[in-house]
Write a protein that binds this ligand. Structure first.
Ligand code: UDX
Length: 441
């Protein structure tokens, strides 16, 4: 099938490359000429494990092309995926300007029957608007049907998720559209769930809000665990054994970040507000997360008294491992707060330092290795659970720091490890480990 994907951000590029991998002829359109030039050479503008190899392979097979021109990119398309961004506006609403522009361009340039599928996360009812824009401006005498196909990819494992997803959701209003889209996804052999367009739009928001709620829930439990002497890791494990609860998204830490959860939870509160529903539960989820991000700094202040003139090493900057994405990363809130308290900071991230340097305060200086960031620091803050940070031996901190104090915002280490290593280790929802020699009576 001939497929065109509009927008080559995380969602669009992964979608286009994956659809070419399963045998479709894919053209990806992006207005950024420099980016298109780069992608034509098989270079991915984003870091996503496995993506670049797959890109190169399918360009080589002549199944994947990149275009800046809508006219050329849409000429032969049977199915058009819209995957442009819906960033958050100041007031929490999703900004639909890009989507509307794309709908106008499709209407101008489409010259054969096609299905227009929205992959971008859009408020309920947006597909009706897309349909309206396209049908009111269509130049050619063609049939265009509209569908919603929300994506559930996680950054850092987007290729894996595409090929091993739990479900594909297709919202469409007629049988022919559903059948054509079934054929598009058939080679993936993933269960397809058919529904109407508005429900498909809602599934995406409701899923992200639910996962965000799980995270905020376990983070709230972690505070209580610390006070009553329970261990949040054991509590989450014990809860997760109940299949009705499940063991995923129950990792306590410094809260969720990234391009989806913060934006989509805010947008859903707005969507609810428009139909006069006060989504109190979700508002609390967001509030808990906002507090959670800077709570690690409170722990630092409690332990060190103050941080003026002290050097704090930040390990991991991206919002989660295996990505260089810094959008809404807790490290931003944490570094800003430490800077306001006159701390000096060193930072290490395997790949996000470059992006981070434009976002974190000037008080942060970047290092090439964990050792360099930690050497001589007064405290270490683990902010992202990258493999190399998780596996950095706790004993090594003793050699690099005068008084090794580690604040672990991701619970990367077990308490036994910390005890054996003889370092001071303060994590989330668990008792603090204080080395024997330092113990306070
Ligand atoms: C998420 C959804 O998982 C995906 O389905 C949707 O399409 C896009 O949003 P992503 O933003 O890539 O994907 O990251 P995800 O792996 O879900 O993690 C989101 C955030 O939650 C990260 O900051 C992560 O550190 C945090 N998290 C996740 C926790 O704090 N605890 C957990 O148990 C799980």
């Amino acid at each position: 099938m001939k497929i065109t994907v509009i927008g080559t951000g995380y969602v669009g590029l992964v979608t286009g490359v994956s659809l070419s991998e399963i045998g479709h002829d894919v053209t990806c359109i992006d207005i950024d000429e420099r980016k298109v030039e780069q992608m034509r050479k098989g270079l991915s503008p984003i870091f996503e494990p496995g993506l670049e190899d797959m890109m190169k392979r399918n360009i080589g097979r002549h199944r994947l092309a990149f275009e800046t021109s809508y006219e050329k990119g849409l000429a032969e398309a049977d199915v058009i995926f819209i995957a442009v961004g819906t960033p958050q506006k100041e007031d929490g609403h999703a900004n639909l300007t890009y989507i509307e522009n794309v709908a106008e361009r499709i209407a101008e340039h489409i010259c054969k029957d096609a299905i227009v599928v929205t992959k971008s996360t859009v408020p309920v009812g947006t597909n009706d608007r897309i349909s309206e824009v396209i049908h009111s401006r269509l130049k050619a005498d063609v049939n265009i049907s509209i569908a919603s196909n929300p994506e559930f990819l996680r950054e850092g494992s987007a290729i894996h998720d595409t090929f091993h997803g739990d479900r594909i959701v297709i919202g469409a209003e007629d049988r022919q559209t559903r059948e054509t889209l079934d054929r598009v996804f058939a080679p993936l052999a993933i269960p397809v769930y058919h529904t109407d367009i508005r429900s498909a739009e809602m599934i995406k928001y409701a899923s992200n809000a639910f996962l965000a709620a799980k995270i905020s829930f376990i983070n709230e439990i972690s505070h209580i665990c610390e006070k009553v002497g329970a261990d949040v890791e054991s509590v989450a494990h014990g809860m997760g054994l109940d299949k009705r609860i499940g063991n995923q998204f129950l990792r306590a830490g410094i809260g969720y970040g990234g391009s989806c959860f913060p934006k989509d939870t805010n947008a859903l509160v707005q969507i609810a507000g428009h139909v006069e529903h006060d989504f109190e539960l979700l508002k609390s989820v967001i509030k808990v997360n906002n507090n959670q991000q800077s709570m690690l700094v409170d722990k630092v202040l409690n332990r060190l008294g103050g941080v003026t003139g002290k050097t704090i090493a930040l390990l991991g900057l991206s919002f989660k491992p295996n990505t260089d994405d810094m959008r809404d990363a807790p490290s931003i809130v944490i570094a800003d707060r430490l800077a306001a308290l006159d701390a000096r900071m060193t930072a290490y991230d395997p790949i996000a330092s470059f992006r981070a340097s434009g976002l974190l305060p000037a008080e942060v200086s970047y290092r090439e290795s964990i050792e360099e960031a930690v050497r001589g620091a007064d405290a270490v803050l683990i902010l992202t659970d990258w493999e190399q940070i998780k596996h950095f031996p706790l004993e090594a901190y003793k050699e690099l720091m005068e008084t090794p104090v580690i604040f672990d915002g991701r619970n990367c280490h077990s308490l036994e490890e910390a005890e054996q290593a003889g370092v001071e280790y303060i994590s989330i929802g668990r008792r603090a480990v204080v080395p024997q020699t330092d113990s306070v009576t």
